[in-house]
Write a protein that binds this ligand. Sequence first.
Ligand code: CA
Length: 237
Amino acid sequence: MSNNKTTVLIIEDEKAIRNFITTFLSTNGYKTISAKNGTEALSLISSHVPDVILLDLGLPDIDGLEVIRKVRETSSIPIIVISARSFEGEKVKALDMGADDYITKPFGSSELMARIRTALRHSHKVLTKDLGGQEDFITGDLRIDFNARQVIVEGKEIHLTQIEYKLLAILAKYVGRVLTYEFIINSIWNMPSDKNSQQLLRVNMANIRRKIEVNPGAPKYVLTEVGVGYRLADIEA
Ligand code: CA
């Protein structure tokens, strides 16, 4: 049975954090392997092929960003960056280089579990995406019918502009995951991310919230990741 367990690779030089994550994940049914630096990590990745990678960006030998670059040359294993406050700017770079998500220290165990579940679900989705027609997307009381291009909240149809619909659809495609300003702006407008395009994005997001959120000031669906981007909350029905 242990062969069916999801394997998580923990790359972290701080022993206390490494041990905490290892213990926690083991008790929750995951198989764990760990590395205390980047070199060790890269060799474990090719020998063990983990299902998820938790990566601390501040490593003693090679830069965490370099680890992401190396892994992405050959594989799409989900990478969740463990970011310290002093590495705030780095996490945006990490996401743009192909990391799937990040979690900021100090973090709680439930937050960590949620991030891992989302990363795994997404990697499974990628595998099965092109089989058959597109299903409706649902999070909480929000439903998107992609075939009809309809957005329904609590049973009522919401009228979005073309751009607003595209924005919501891309957030839905990556539900639960943070999307950077750069990624969203590139995908929707094919423009570089700068002050003007980010302002344009903010205005559109504010309009979406006004239309879909019960309380746009404390959004339940479209969440802001300060200095990074946006995330659509993955809410179980
Ligand atoms: Ca570190």
